[in-house]
Design a protein around this ligand. Structure first.
Ligand SMILES: *Cc1c(COP(=O)(O)O)cnc(C)c1O
Length: 382
């Protein structure tokens, strides 16, 4: 059985004629940068997410950097963010000479522990940066409330959660990434809305901020060759926009397929000792960028399980093996082992199984049959 973590080829084949035609039109038009298709995708994505402003850019890391550049922060200003995340979130904070201030995550949702935010606030805090990890929104209502009370900005890293809803306590819904001052996403090929190369976008409800974001992405120029701020070159290629515009029409179907696959995993894995399946929090809709288990036996058992699964042709991934506060490149911030025990423990326990829109029941039965056999044997022998 041929099983992959992410099956972009099969997904492409199902909409091949639409994508091929859309790409060919761009190639024949000659409008390779900022062509009309970029504007069309931008409009369609804004409608899908129900957000007034979408600014396409070159990748998700740029989106995060541009978001922070638009807030006029000073060197040494502090950004509160979870330590259990992908490095891009923290990298751009460091690159801009800001200071990452880490907080713990919840062991059930893997998202920012909102009860830890206030203790991390200092007079230099300017931004709270939640990450909607694995496809599920962080708990935005308390984050917004804390931000309002302390006069802080909120930037959402929604690279893994495009299309996910957050449900407020009053029952109203907004898409993850469109709730704070600015949202940043990625169209990296393995993301839920993936290009055939790099891509990213910024979201905002604030017209002045949206204009700033747009200008920064275009070398700080509103009018060509007149640079009113320091900017970057961060554009979405027309070819990528053409691919993304087609895939966007199917994004709802892709998200539904991921949820269905997650439900199947849940029932196939039910009652298995030593394995904790993902929590579906009722404050949102999960889009399962990853289906991530906790292997409670810890690192050695988890790593052996991963190796033995691989030997059966079942790929799996560890997102992430090291929390950001313990990464070598970030030693200068002075964090130590033991500072964030939940995140550190999660790095020893997490194991993401194959998850994509094309995963079928036969593949999942194969995966879980082997996983059950291996882990039961490992636990008995432990
Ligand atoms: C993928 C990802 C990014 C970066 O996106 P790129 O397009 O690869 O630059 C940032 N944050 C998170 C949480 C991600 O998963």
């Amino acid at each position: 059985m041929n099983i992959q973590m992410v099956d972009t080829i099969t997904q492409y084949q199902k909409v091949q004629s639409e994508i091929d035609q859309s790409v060919l039109e761009v190639i024949r038009s000659g409008a390779y940068i900022n062509g009309p298709i970029v504007k069309q995708f931008q409009k369609n994505l804004a409608a899908f997410l129900d957000v007034p402003h979408v600014i396409p850019c070159a990748n998700g890391t740029d989106a995060l950097q541009v978001a922070m550049m638009a807030l006029d922060l000073q060197p040494g200003d502090e950004v509160i963010t979870p330590t259990f995340t992908y490095i891009a979130t923290v990298e751009v904070i460091a690159l801009l000479k800001l200071r990452p201030v880490f907080v713990e995550v919840n062991p059930d949702t893997f998202n920012m522990d909102v009860s830890a935010i206030e203790a991390a606030i200092t007079p230099r805090t300017k931004v709270i940066l939640p990450v909607h990890l694995y496809g599920q929104s962080a708990d935005m209502a308390p984050i917004l409330e804390i931000a309002r009370r302390h006069g802080l900005h909120v930037i959402e890293d929604t690279a893994q959660a495009i299309g996910a809803d957050y449900i407020f306590p009053d029952g109203s819904r907004q898409k993850a990434g469109t709730i704070g001052d600015i949202g940043a996403t990625s169209f990296y090929p393995s993301k839920n809305l993936g290009a055939f190369g790099d891509g990213g976008a910024l979201f905002s409800r604030n017209p002045e901020l949206a204009e700033k974001l747009w200008i920064i992405c275009n070398h700080g120029a509103r009018v060509k060759y007149y640079h009113e701020s320091i900017g970057v070159n961060s554009r979405l290629d027309s070819v990528q926009a053409a691919i993304l515009d087609v895939k966007l029409r199917h994004l709802q179907t892709y998200s539904d397929a991921r949820r269905e696959a997650a439900r199947r995993y849940d029932s196939l894995l039910a009652g298995l000792e030593g394995v904790v399946t993902p929590v579906w929090h009722d404050n949102g809709t999960h889009v399962f960028h990853q289906y991530t288990l906790r292997i409670t036996g810890g690192r050695e058992l988890r790593d052996t399980l991963q190796r033995e699964l691989a030997a059966k042709g079942v790929p799996s991934m560890i997102y992430y093996p090291v929390p950001t506060h313990l990464q070598k490149g970030y030693e200068a911030y002075g964090y130590q082992a033991g500072d964030f025990p939940v995140s550190e423990r999660l790095c020893e326990e997490v194991l993401s199984l194959p998850m994509h829109s094309e995963l079928d029941e036969a593949q999942q039965v194969y995966i879980v049959t082997h996983l059950r056999e291996i882990i039961q044997r490992l636990i008995v022998n432990a």
